[in-house]
Design a protein around this ligand. Structure first.
Ligand SMILES: [Zn+2]
Length: 333
C-alpha cells in the first residue's frame, strides 16, 4: 500500500435495511428521546461537568458556537474540528461507560446483533479488505479493533479469515462478545505487537485525548499497515437538521457521548499530526433516518412512512459528501 497510489480513493454510500437495523427506535422514537435525555441529565450535576477550553486537535482556544445542543458545540477557527464546549468528567464518563447498561444497549442488543453484524460491520470489514486486495497487502491480515463494542467487527474480521483481536473497556460489551460470538475481548490495549489493520469504528469522537489514542494505535502499525477510522461528519444533512431542531437530538451532536464531530479537512489535519495520511474515504450515513426522526417529532409522521425510500434518498446525500458518517483509511506518512 505504501508508496503506491497517491490519489485518495472515494466511495459513496451503501444500501441497508434501515427498518431491520433501527426497528426498536422506529417503533418507539419517544422512548429513545427519553433515554438520551436521561443520559444528558449528567450535565445538570455541576461536579460531573468540566469546561473544554481548547480544541482537541490543534489546541487553539479560538472558536465559534455552531450547534446549540444540550451543550453548545463550537467550531475551531484554526483546524475546523467541532467539539462540545462542556463535557462530562473523564472519571464520571469512564464509570458510566463501564457500568451503564442503558448506554451500551445499542451495541449489545440481541435482537439487532445479527443485523448489525451483517448490515453494519461486514460491509465495513469487507470494504477495508477489498481496498487492500488492490494492493500487495496480505489478505489474511492481523486485525486490531480498538473500542470493539460487542465484538461485531472482530467477528467479521475472523469470518473473513483475518487474525483479529479487540479492545473494549465496557464490561457488559465484553460479556456480550463472549456470550454471543465466543470472542474474548481485551479490557485494555496490548503492551506491544504489530497489526496490519487497526480499526477505530466510532471511537475517536468519544475520547478526551484522540491524538494520544491515535499515537498509541500507530505504534502497532508496520510500514504497510492501515488504520481504519469512522467518525461522525459535521458537514452533513443530519447536522443541518440538528442545528434547526436541537431539542430532538438523540445521536450525532449528542454531547454526553460525542465530544467532537469531524469534517474531512479537520480529520486530515489530525491524522497529519500523528504521522498518518489519508488513503481512502467512504461517505455514508443515516441522514434520512435522522430526517424521519424529525418528521416524527415535528409532524407525527410515522417513521416507517418517511423511511420508505431510505436508500434512494440517502445515496445522493452521500454523493455530495454530506452523509453523517466518514469512514477513512490512513497509512503511515
Ligand atoms: Zn483546532
Amino acid at each position: 500500500m505504501r508508496g503506491k497510489a497517491q490519489m485518495i480513493k472515494f466511495r459513496f454510500g451503501k444500501d441497508l435495511d434501515i427498518i431491520k437495523l433501527k426497528g426498536g427506535v422506529i417503533n418507539d422514537p419517544k422512548k429513545e428521546l427519553k433515554r438520551i435525555q436521561k443520559i444528558q441529565r449528567l450535565f445538570e450535576t455541576e461536579e460531573n461537568v468540566e469546561a473544554v477550553g481548547q480544541c482537541y486537535s490543534c489546541g487553539s482556544p479560538r472558536r465559534n458556537n455552531v450547534i446549540h445542543a444540550k451543550v453548545a458545540y463550537a467550531e475551531c477557527e484554526s483546524c475546523g474540528l467541532v467539539y462540545a464546549t462542556r463535557r462530562i468528567k473523564a472519571e464520571v464518563i469512564k464509570e458510566f461507560y463501564r457500568t451503564n447498561k442503558a448506554y451500551s444497549s445499542t451495541y449489545t442488543s440481541k435482537q439487532t446483533a445479527q443485523e448489525r453484524l451483517n448490515d453494519v460491520f461486514r460491509p465495513k470489514v469487507q470494504h477495508v479488505l477489498d481496498l487492500h486486495d488492490q494492493t500487495y497487502f496480505p489478505i489474511e491480515a492481523m486485525w486490531l479493533d480498538i473500542g470493539a463494542g460487542g465484538g461485531h467487527a472482530v467477528k467479521c474480521a475472523l469470518d473473513a479469515k483475518c487474525m483479529a483481536d479487540g479492545v473494549e473497556p465496557n464490561v457488559e460489551s465484553r460479556r456480550f462478545a463472549l456470550k454471543t460470538w465466543g470472542i474474548k475481548l481485551m479490557p485494555k490495549m496490548p503492551d506491544d505487537g504489530y497489526y496490519e489493520i487497526i480499526s477505530l469504528f466510532g471511537v475517536l469522537e468519544h475520547v478526551i485525548d484522540p491524538i494520544g489514542l491515535l499515537k498509541s494505535a500507530r505504534e502497532f502499525m508496520m510500514d504497510d499497515s492501515a488504520m481504519v477510522i469512522q467518525v461522525p461528519n459535521y458537514d452533513s444533512h443530519t447536522t443541518n437538521l440538528q442545528k434547526t431542531h436541537p431539542e430532538f437530538i438523540t445521536r450525532h451532536a449528542e454531547p454526553t457521548c460525542h465530544l467532537m464531530l469531524f469534517t474531512l479537512p479537520s480529520l486530515k489535519i489530525m491524522l497529519d499530526k500523528v504521522g498518518l495520511k489519508l488513503y481512502s474515504v467512504w461517505h455514508l450515513g443515516l441522514d434520512m433516518y435522522e430526517e424521519a426522526l424529525h418528521n416524527y417529532f415535528l409532524h407525527k409522521i410515522p417513521m416507517k412512512k418517511s423511511l420508505k425510500d431510505f436508500n434512494k434518498l440517502q445515496q445522493p446525500i452521500n454523493e455530495m459528501g454530506m452523509g453523517d458518517d466518514l469512514l477513512v483509511t490512513a497509512v503511515r506518512k
